[in-house]
Every structure is written in structure tokens, then in C-alpha cells.
Design a protein around this ligand. Structure first.
Ligand code: MTE
Ligand code: HPA
Ligand code: MOS
Length: 795
């Protein structure tokens, strides 16, 4: 117990968070609010955590490799796999013709073939699969295929797609007020466009699945997926069976970042089909290059805007055009582009606004979820416009931001008619301006730049407001399953998946707090479709909101039964039975007793009390009409702000992040240590998206940046040299979320918009005349140089 207590105290000290009196008196080890380490942290760092590829391989396992299309758009006129089949170690080959059920893994509409059905629509599309005795034999054999194509016209760029009206889904318009009139009547007007790059998720563990045949043609599948339920349904469809015939399990992913929301179904369907065909266990692990070529990424965008504003920079009217590269199919692009439309206000009130959103069909890989899910692209757009306005008026950018913030009364309703009731952005920004010495540093930087010809510094403060909930209302539901054993230990399961974000730890903390037992009495178990059915993807940052509540409901059911039983057993009233710190206290007339939680559960078992329960949760109060884009799609908003300072070499475009100050709102954090990790990691990942990560497709539609040699994610050395991250203190979520916490998975990524704008600020100081830097994202050294040269040429 002493050891546990020491751990408990350490948990607080680590984050410098003082435990409250109540926490000191009653907190069990691992209670909600404590900075307990991630449940697998020791396994992660010692290499002992079991990822899908580490699962002991079943006898007779076959390794699968995939043959990919070399054309962006073509009819397949002939597939000759003779040589493949004859290659050493090869046991089976499979094409679209061998699929007994549905040839589709698409998450929303059925336009994603598992294996190309005579038509290929991007370079890298899966055409056939090979199963062999070893990984190398399978991968080598794939090279021996002889596929003949008849090329068709390929559309490779969103701009071309707009011209040719090539869309995966209908274009959408969301309008409030009369933006054309407001722009026309405004004192000032600006018009422009900007391109914004995509991003590869670059999870460290690539896409992988292993399928094992079970009795009577059933399958047990281990998949690295954010959405085991969807993998289950798609495999069942592909092998011509039903959901009950397939079980999908995922203990953890080595990172996902949205890249494993829909894409794992492709990998898992291929192994499921191969296991079904051969009757042997099959495994498919994509190597990095194949993973990057074959699977979807963040959507790149073309953004057009026209804005009218007054002499303070207050926006009177704004007209936006968004065109995203969806790739060859719809995948999740509908919801992603909807989220772009919802987030192109960021923290600003747009009274008269029109947003046109084109979902371009191109002959490139189908783009998919990535942390922020379209939100970052919308927020990028409005921040870009605000920066333009400030530079045009030669005004302080921060003041222009401030005068456009959502306020109270009439200025607090979003363009999709949701009233904002929890706005803390002004407080966050005020605090950050103070603590980051923003004003003083702006002056210092101005002075520095006047005396420095080549090196230029820049600074920017940008806010984040991010809507929490799946915009598809029906997805906001979760289930949990809790077993309490007679020895007082607990088996915890819920529909959420673990991708490194600490969800399993947080949900276990909820159960520890509810049952008042130490967290090490709780076994955290793999997501499993046979324990919790129909679970949504772990996404939209809602994992702990949803699954935390579901697990809480299950724990409360069991606790209620135990209380009822104990009251009867000890002949006291129910309110005299209290669970505290691994014990059950019996007060009242016949009371004065105290037994351990384990003694309690043993008694309950003897008395034949059920110690197993399911829990269910659905987010209350949300509703939304897709046809009119109005309602309350989000239960609440997450807020934060960041100040970034950079230094740019205007001869080479090289740059460094000198200092970053962040203030982020996690509500009452379930686990401050984990949340700090999410803030830091999300920010750095966002900085990578906007500065160094660049996807390049050649004129034949082939992705040329498909390995770390050519695709640059941030390294340790790219983190800010001075990184100061704080969480907003003791702000309970106004919405009744689990222990009044706030979702934190995605929002911090968008704090990195400050990095892009700090670079833009540095470029703005080049040349003598005031100009608006035309910096395109990502702000790679090349992009920066281009903007610098334009700036010099025009001044
Ligand atoms: N953190 C880690 N370490 N690894 C990940 O893959 N994914 C992000 C975020 N943080 C991710 C992560 C994304 S895209 C989402 S939606 C959330 O975690 C999902 O988990 P949550 O809902 O439990 O926050
Ligand atoms: N966010 C993340 N994933 C999703 C969403 C969303 O809003 N909708 C469907 N999948
Ligand atoms: Mo996260 S992009 O919602 O998986």
C-alpha cells in the first residue's frame, strides 16, 4: 500500500498538479485527474507491447502481398498470373473474379473495390493478391505478373476535375446572409487563392491484418484498425457471409491518426478473402512504400476567397470556394469536406458568408481521415484571409483577429446556426499575450528585422475552436462491457481502440474512480467485435467522451447491485454503503464495518449477484439537418491558442521554430500527462503538415514521395527549441461530459497554424514596401523562397 501511495503522490507531482482534499482522502491509484502513465508505456519502451505483427503466428500461416496498378486510369484487358503462381513458395493467387461476395470496402458508399474489377483508377490500386510461405516470396512473386492495360484519360489535379465536373459527391453550398451584397458594400475588398498540401499519416506501424479461419468457415481477424466493427462488416460482405460469422480484434495500433479509420478494411478484406479461399491463416503487412502509395491521406485543397471588410479589419462578407482532392472514390470525403465547411469560421463570426465545397474526383489514391478531419483546412483558409486583411490595412494581425472573434448575443451563432455557449477564446488569447510576452516580442522582432538583411524573424498568435462530435449524429454512441470477478478484479472492454492516444488508460481511470479500486485491479482488454457490437470508429476525438461514459454506465450498474446487496446483507440502508479507496464501508445502526472490495465481490458472488454489465452512451442534445447544414452538430467546442516564433533564412528558405507558447483547454483533464502529450504531439504533427511534409505526384499519376527519404515528417530536432505548453486551469466543461473533461485528440494539431503564419510574418518583412506574402502551404524552403522572391520583385 505504501508503494501504491508513493505512486499516487508521484502522479500529481509529475505534472505539478496539486491533488484536492477530496482526492487525497479518497483517490485510488489511477483515479480520474491523475497523471498515471499510459497503461502500456513500459511495454512500449521495452519493445514488449504486442502489435498485430507480434501475435504468435498460427500454424501454416501464409503471407500475402498485393499487386498494384501501374496506371492512373485504365481498362485491364488481360491479367496473366502464370509466372506468379509458379514462383517459389506461392500457394494461391486471387483477383476480383475470385471474390465470392461484395467487392467493396468503402465505409459510406460502395465505390471502393477491394481488387480492381477490370478498371483501375489510380497508380497503386490493388489488382491481385498472392499468398506464399514467406513474406519475401510473396513480395517477389508479385513482380512477375503480366497485366495489359488500355489507358483512359486521367484527371490528376483538382483544378482539372473542377473544369471537367469530375466529382465523387455533389458540390455543396452553405450560405448565411448575403455575402455578395456585404462584400459589395464594404469599405475594402480582397480576392485571392491559396493552395494547401495534403499529408500522409505516417503511423510508425504500417497497415496490417491477420485472418485465421475458424469452425464452419468463420473468421477471426486481427486488424490494426480504428474501426473493428466496420472491418467485420466489410469482410463478412466480401466472403459472402454475415457479421455474426466474423470476429475482429485490435489490442493496439502503432499510431493511426485517421489513416486507420476506413483504410484497414482493404487490408483486412484481402487477408479475409485469402484465408477464406485457402483455409489457412493469412497475414498482410504493407511495407512503407506500398502503404504510402496504396492508402489514403489528408486532402489537399485549392481555396479561393473574396472578402469585404471595414477599416478595422472586421469582416462584413466572405465568399469561399473549397476544392479538395478526394481521389478515386468517396471514402469519408463527404463528412471531411462538411467539416471543412463547418470550420472555415475557426473562432470568428462570419455574418454574411457563402461556402462552396467541391469534392473532386481525381485518378489518385482515395483520400481519407487525418487528425482534424477537414477542419484544419477550413481553419487554414480563414486564418489566411485574416492575415491578408491585416497586412492590407497595415494593422496588427492580432487586433484584426480579435475584432472578428465570436462575441455574445447576436455575434455568437455559427453559420450553421449553432449557438456558442462555451466561448473562452478571448480569455485564452489574453492570457497567452501576457504569458508569452507577445507585445514585447513583436517589437523586438521588428527591430531585429530592420537590422538583419538575410535572416528574418516572424511571430504569430492563432486561435483554435474545434467542434466535438461526429457530424454524422448517429455515430455518437458507444458501448462497454465490464466483468467483476469474485476476487475483486475487473475485466474492462469497450468499443474504443487504442492508437497511442491513451484512451484505454483514461477509460480505466473512469472505472477505477467509479468502483473506487486501484487501476492495477483492472485488466484493459483488446477492442473486440464479439464483446461490444456496432461500435463507431474511434475518431472525431470523441473516444474518451463516448467510451468513458459507456464504461461509467456499466460500472454504476454493478455498483448499484452491490450496494443493494450489501444493504440487505448487513441490514443497513443503501446510503450507508460506501465505496472508498479499495474498501466498502458499512455505516449506520448495524454498521461500523469495513470490508475490502474483494471481500465484497466474493460475498456478492456467493449470494448469486450478477457481476457483469454492459454500458451504453449516446451524446445528448445534438441534432443536425444535412440538407440545410443547420442544427447543433457539436456537443461542445474545444479551444486553444498558440504563439509561434520562427527564424527564416531568406537566401535558402530554411527555417527554425524558435519558441512556441501554447495554452489549451482540456476541461477537467482526465489525465494531464496524457493530455500534455496529445497537445505537444498534435502541434508538432501540424507543424509538419504546414512546413516540411510534401506529397508529389508525377505527370503519370505516380506518388514520388513514398518513403522517409523523400517525405519529411518532423524529427526530434524539429521540435520548437523553446516549447512552453500549458493547460487552461480548472475549467470544467460546461457540457456534461465524462468528469467534465474535454476531448483533446485532434484540436492541438491546428495550433500549428501559428507556425505557418509566423513564417508568413517573417517573409512580410522582406522588401521595402508593404505587401501581402503569397505563401503556399506547405511552407517548405522552396515555397518560402518563392514567396520571398515575389516579395522582393514586387517591392
Ligand atoms: N495520438 C496518438 N498517439 N496516435 C494516434 O494515432 N490519433 C489522433 C488523436 N491522437 C492519434 C493520437 C486522432 S486522428 C484522433 S481522432 C484521436 O486521437 C482519437 O482518439 P480519442 O478520440 O480517444 O482522442
Ligand atoms: N470525424 C472523424 N471521423 C468521422 C467523422 C468525423 O466527424 N464522421 C465520420 N467519421
Ligand atoms: Mo481522427 S482524423 O477523427 O481519426
Amino acid at each position: 500500500m505504501l508503494k501504491l501511495l508513493a505512486k499516487k503522490v508521484r502522479g500529481y507531482i509529475h505534472m505539478g498538479v496539486e491533488p484536492t482534499k477530496r482526492q487525497q482522502d479518497h483517490a485510488v491509484v489511477g483515479a480520474v485527474g491523475m497523471s498515471v502513465p499510459h497503461d502500456s508505456s513500459e511495454l512500449h519502451v521495452t519493445g514488449k507491447a504486442t502489435y498485430t505483427d507480434d501475435i504468435v503466428e498460427p500454424q501454416g500461416l501464409l503471407h500475402v502481398a498485393v499487386g498494384m496498378s501501374s496506371r492512373p486510369h485504365a481498362k485491364i484487358t488481360n491479367i496473366d498470373l502464370q509466372a506468379v503462381l509458379a514462383a517459389p513458395g506461392v500457394v494461391a493467387v486471387m483477383t476480383a473474379d475470385d471474390i465470392p461476395g461484395e467487392n467493396n470496402f468503402g465505409p459510406v458508399i460502395a465505390d471502393d473495390p477491394i481488387l480492381a474489377p477490370g478498371l483501375v483508377e489510380y497508380v497503386g490500386q490493388a489488382v491481385f493478391a498472392v499468398a506464399a510461405l514467406t513474406v519475401n516470396e510473396a513480395r517477389k512473386a508479385v513482380q512477375l505478373a503480366n497485366i495489359e492495360y488500355e489507358d483512359l484519360e486521367a484527371i490528376l489535379e483538382p483544378r482539372e476535375a473542377i473544369e471537367k465536373k469530375s466529382f465523387v459527391l455533389p458540390s455543396e453550398t452553405l450560405e448565411r446572409g448575403d455575402c455578395r451584397k456585404a462584400i459589395g458594400d464594404a469599405e475594402h475588398r480582397l480576392k485571392g487563392n491559396v493552395s494547401l498540401g495534403g499529408q500522409d499519416q505516417f503511423y510508425l506501424e504500417g497497415q496490417i491484418a491477420m485472418a485465421e479461419p475458424a469452425e464452419d468457415g468463420d473468421l477471426v481477424v486481427y486488424s490494426s484498425t480504428q474501426h473493428p466493427g466496420e472491418v467485420q462488416h466489410r469482410i463478412a460482405g466480401a466472403i459472402g457471409k454475415q457479421s455474426k460469422d466474423v470476429i475482429v480484434e485490435c489490442r493496439r495500433m502503432g499510431g493511426a491518426f485517421g489513416g486507420k479509420e476506413s483504410q484497414p478494411a482493404l487490408i483486412a478484406c484481402i487477408v479475409g478473402l485469402m484465408a477464406n479461399k485457402t483455409g489457412r491463416a493469412c497475414k498482410l503487412r504493407l511495407d512503407r512504400d506500398v502503404d504510402m502509395i496504396m492508402t489514403g491521406k489528408r486532402h489537399d485543397f485549392i481555396i479561393g476567397y473574396e472578402v469585404g471588410f471595414d477599416s478595422n479589419g472586421k469582416i462584413e462578407g466572405i465568399d469561399f470556394m473549397f476544392a479538395s482532392r478526394c481521389g478515386m472514390s468517396a471514402d469519408l470525403s463527404g463528412a471531411i469536406n462538411d467539416r471543412t465547411m463547418f470550420h472555415c469560421d475557426n473562432a470568428y463570426f462570419l455574418e454574411n458568408v457563402r461556402i462552396v465545397s467541391h469534392r473532386c474526383k481525381t485518378n489518385t489514391v482515395s483520400n481519407t481521415a487525418f487528425r482534424g478531419f477537414g477542419g484544419p483546412q477550413g481553419m487554414f483558409a480563414i486564418e489566411y484571409v485574416i492575415d491578408d486583411i491585416a497586412r492590407y490595412l497595415d494593422k496588427d494581425v492580432l487586433e484584426v483577429r480579435r475584432c472578428n472573434f465570436y462575441g455574445t448575443d447576436e455575434r455568437n451563432t455559427t453559420h450553421y446556426q449553432q449557438k456558442i455557449k462555451d466561448n473562452v477564446i478571448a480569455e485564452i488569447v489574453d492570457d497567452l499575450v501576457d504569458t508569452a510576452d507577445y507585445r514585447q516580442r513583436v517589437e523586438e522582432i521588428r527591430e531585429f528585422n530592420q537590422n538583419s538583411e538575410v535572416l528574418k524573424r516572424g511571430i504569430a498568435l492563432t486561435p483554435v475552436k474545434f467542434g466535438i462530435s461526429f457530424t454524422a449524429t448517429h455515430l455518437n454512441q458507444a458501448g462497454a462491457l465490464l466483468h467483476v470477478y469474485a476476487d475483486g478484479t475487473v475485466h474492462l472492454n469497450h468499443g474504443g481502440t487504442e492508437m497511442g492516444q491513451g484512451l484505454f488508460t483514461k477509460v480505466a481511470q473512469v472505472v477505477a474512480s467509479e468502483l473506487q479500486i486501484d487501476i492495477d485491479q483492472i485488466k484493459i482488454t483488446a477492442a473486440d467485435t464479439s464483446k461490444v457490437p456496432n461500435a463507431s470508429a474511434t475518431a472525431a476525438s470523441a473516444g474518451s467522451d463516448l467510451n468513458g461514459k459507456a464504461a461509467q454506465a456499466a460500472a454504476r450498474k454493478i455498483k448499484k447491485r452491490l450496494i443493494r446487496f450489501a444493504a440487505k446483507h448487513f441490514a443497513v440502508s443503501k446510503k450507508d454503503v460506501q465505496f472508498r479507496n479499495n474498501e466498502v464501508h458499512i455505516a449506520g445502526e448495524n454498521g461500523g464495518k469495513c470490508i475490502t472490495f474483494a471481500e465484497m465481490t466474493h460475498l456478492a458472488w456467493l449470494a448469486r449477484i450478477s457481476l457483469s454489465a454492459t454500458g451504453f452512451y449516446r451524446t445528448p442534445k445534438i441534432h443536425y439537418d444535412r440538407a440545410t447544414f443547420s442544427g447543433r452538430p457539436f456537443y461542445y467546442f474545444a479551444y486553444g491558442a498558440a504563439v509561434s516564433e520562427v527564424i527564416v533564412d531568406t537566401l535558402t528558405g530554411e527555417n527554425r521554430l524558435l519558441r512556441v507558447d501554447i495554452l489549451h483547454d482540456c476541461g477537467q483533464s482526465l489525465n494531464p500527462a496524457i493530455d500534455m502529450g496529445q497537445i505537444e504531439g498534435g502541434f508538432v504533427q501540424g507543424a509538419g503538415w504546414l512546413t516540411s511534409e510534401e506529397l508529389f505526384w508525377d505527370k503519370d499519376g505516380a506518388l514520388r514521395t513514398h518513403a522517409p527519404s523523400t517525405y519529411k515528417i518532423p524529427a526530434c530536432s524539429d521540435r520548437p527549441l523553446d516549447f512552453r505548453v500549458r493547460m487552461l486551469e480548472s475549467t470544467a466543461n460546461r457540457a456534461k461530459t465524462i468528469y467534465r473533461s474535454k476531448a483533446v485528440g485532434e484540436p492541438p494539431l491546428m495550433l500549428a497554424l501559428s507556425v505557418f503564419h509566423a513564417i508568413r510574418d517573417a517573409i512580410a518583412s522582406v522588401g521595402k514596401q508593404r505587401r501581402i506574402p503569397r505563401l503556399q502551404a506547405p511552407a517548405t524552403p522552396e515555397s518560402i523562397l518563392k514567396a520571398v522572391m515575389q516579395q522582393q520583385a514586387e517591392s
